[in-house]
Design a binder for this molecule. Structure first.
Ligand SMILES: NC(=O)c1ccc[n+]([C@@H]2O[C@H](COP(=O)([O-])OP(=O)(O)OC[C@H]3O[C@@H](n4cnc5c(N)ncnc54)[C@H](O)[C@@H]3O)[C@@H](O)[C@H]2O)c1
Ligand SMILES: CC1=C(/C=C/C(C)=C/C=C/C(C)=C/C=C/C=C(C)/C=C/C=C(C)/C=C/C=C(\C)C=O)C(C)(C)CCC1
Length: 529
């Protein structure tokens, strides 16, 4: 397994020099043209493609990752994101016309998509390519210069990225800073045009506090406990497979991994059997062999997870095997877990899956709402009313029915948390948007003052009344308060009455038309035409 000391950390002087160089490059407009951005994006795709096997080895060293997971979830996904940005950057970067407005259209109002400047991304260990290079793609596409601080906990992958980036990309516009807390702290003392921080909520607070000192805007992509709600009437076999997959991929070290399950008490045992069947199907010879199932990233996290498991008052339904020297924890399902259990005290970020039995769907919803808004909320049900009830009465970064994890990969869906699970959105176009300043712009011709000249002093009552006629808003009828006078129960009765009147008028006009047509026919018949 990789060792964090194998990384050569960037010195403080180098960090300062990188910051200064990139600021100069930005001012020189190095990525102003879309063509220049596309060269860098394509180079990034080739960086991955040309070094595919080295990346697979690095992932195995850092996380014991099976190669399929590395290829499918990181390398191919990132190359695909490069291609999407390469193909669409012209469209994304195009200046947009403002919606038509009678008063202002003559000024040709538009939204210019401007790069923000030199931006910084601090990334975590768990998806060390997708979460490090994905933001790089979006930032470059938006025309920014970019500094990446990858995780020191995945040294083989971070080291490989640091080695390859200067070989494939222009060092005047993209740089990698290696380091841990001191180096990141140094980076955070500098002013940036934007910081994207992906990692734990604990560190996010430090990042936001540091950024506040330079008024640097921050997006946070964090984690939390993503629940799964089970409808006992759902297709349990499929549900169990998809939940186990979401939990076992990268050994549960996934920000949107299903963290715990809420299921009605009398369906718990059937669910456990289905989860065990999925486990046995996934790992016919057991999960412990190298290359079959990953490993916990380091001993600190291994001990944290082992401690949570040792302290649980729940019953281990299956799994529970651990091996400290190998940082191995087998897929473990724990049943009859209570809300105050050790396993419910923090984001698990490991292959342990607690099941919390509940009375019914209402208790499940109340349980979710009693905790932080999660990054993802999963529901397994074929009943539209069941799914709607859970989604309509909760809040989470994303709301996914009948699958886990895949929403991260869906082109066109924003990815982001809410409150303690994060702020801001990323992936593909949303990463471009995050690193883009929407710059309002217009060009006002002189003749506009013949209409809007009344805005200038000296102010008079006549000018005021003229301007009111230009900008004055006619509100729809006032919502009528119900008889009991509570502000909560407002009803748009007037609007209803107006629709009724419109329908009546339409019927009347139609009736008159038809009658007139009939009369004309009769008149024609009468005169023998
Ligand atoms: N929402 C998402 O997109 C997303 C994706 C992946 C991971 N996560 C979350 O990330 C967490 C796991 O990742 P992690 O353990 O690498 O996170 P982490 O917060 O420990 O580390 C992330 C980054 O912050 C830096 N860092 C650590 N301590 C710091 C400090 N005191 N000051 C400044 N910088 C510091 C690290 O060097 C690393 O680059 C989980 O909570 C997971 O849910 C979220
Ligand atoms: C092929 C045709 C069809 C069918 C298509 C189907 C059924 C496709 C299904 C695709 C699936 C299930 C893809 C799933 C992909 C999931 C991915 C890549 C997950 C990625 C997760 C990541 C990167 C997680 C990240 C987590 C983070 C960052 C947190 O730490 C038809 C039938 C539709 C038409 C014919 C062709």
């Amino acid at each position: 397994m990789a060792d964090t000391t194998s990384l050569k950390y960037t010195t403080f002087d180098e960090i300062d020099a990188i910051h200064a160089t990139l600021r100069q490059s930005f001012r020189a407009g190095k990525l102003k043209s879309i063509a220049a951005r596309k060269v860098q994006i394509l180079q990034l795709a080739y960086l991955i493609q040309d070094n595919y096997d080295r990346f697979k080895e690095a992932f195995a060293a850092d996380l014991g990752r099976p190669t399929l997971e590395t290829a499918f979830l990181e390398l191919d996904s990132t190359v695909s994101d490069c291609k999407i940005a390469y193909d669409r950057v012209e469209k994304w970067a195009q200046t947009e016309k403002a919606p038509f407005s009678f008063n202002f259209f003559a000024m040709r109002p538009v939204i210019r998509k401007e790069p923000k400047g030199v931006v910084l991304s601090i990334s975590p260990f768990n998806y060390p390519v997708w979460l490090a290079l994905g933001p790089m793609i979006g930032a470059i596409a938006a025309g920014n210069c970019f500094v990446l601080k990858p995780s020191e906990l995945s040294p083989a992958v971070s080291g490989l990225i640091a080695e390859l980036v200067p070989k494939y990309l222009d060092p005047d516009v993209v740089r990698v800073v290696l380091g841990a807390v001191p180096e990141t702290t140094r980076l955070l003392e500098l002013p940036w045009a934007h910081i994207l921080y992906t990692g734990s909520g604990r560190v996010a607070k430090l990042v936001c506090a540091a950024a506040a000192k330079t008024l640097t805007p921050v997006s946070t992509e964090l984690g939390g406990k993503s629940p799964v709600v089970i409808d006992p009437k759902c297709d349990l076999k499929t549900a169990a497979k998809r939940i186990m997959w979401g939990k076992c991929v990268n050994v549960g070290q996934t920000c949107v991994a299903p963290d715990y399950i809420l299921v009605p008490q009398d369906a718990q045992d059937e669910l456990v059997q289905a989860l065990k069947a999925a486990h046995d199907e996934f790992y016919p010879s057991g999960p412990s062999a190298a290359g079959v199932f990953g490993r916990i990233v380091n001993h600190t996290h291994f001990r944290r997870l082992k401690g949570l498991l040792d302290r649980t008052a729940g019953e281990i339904a299956f799994g529970g095997e651990t091996n400290e020297s190998d940082k191995y924890i087998s897929p473990t399902v724990v049943k009859n877990v209570k809300g105050d259990d050790s396993l419910m005290s923090e984001e698990l970020f490991g292959p342990i899956l607690p099941i919390v039995p509940v009375k019914n769907i209402d208790e499940a919803i109340a349980f979710i709402n009693d905790h932080d808004n999660p990054l993802a909320l999963y529901v397994f049900s074929q009943d539209a009313a069941f799914k709607a009830k859970v989604f309509d009465n909760t809040l989470s970064g994303s709301a996914v029915a009948n699958d886990t994890l895949v929403h991260c990969a869906v082109d066109g869906l924003p990815f982001g948390g809410i409150g303690p699970s994060g702020s801001g959105y990323h992936t593909r176009k949303y990463t471009f948007d995050m690193f883009t300043h929407l710059r309002s712009s217009l060009d006002s011709p002189s003749w506009v003052d013949s209409i809007f000249g009344s805005r200038f002093p000296p102010y008079t009552a006549k000018k005021e009344s003229y301007l009111k006629s230009l900008l004055g808003v006619k509100l729809p009828p006032r919502p009528r308060q119900l008889a009991n006078g509570t502000d909560k129960s407002l009803a748009l009765c007037d609007d209803g009455r107006r629709s009724y009147f419109v329908v009546l008028t339409a019927v009347f006009v139609l009736a008159v038309g038809v009658t007139q047509l009939r009369v004309t026919e009769w008149a024609k018949e009468a005169v023998g035409l």
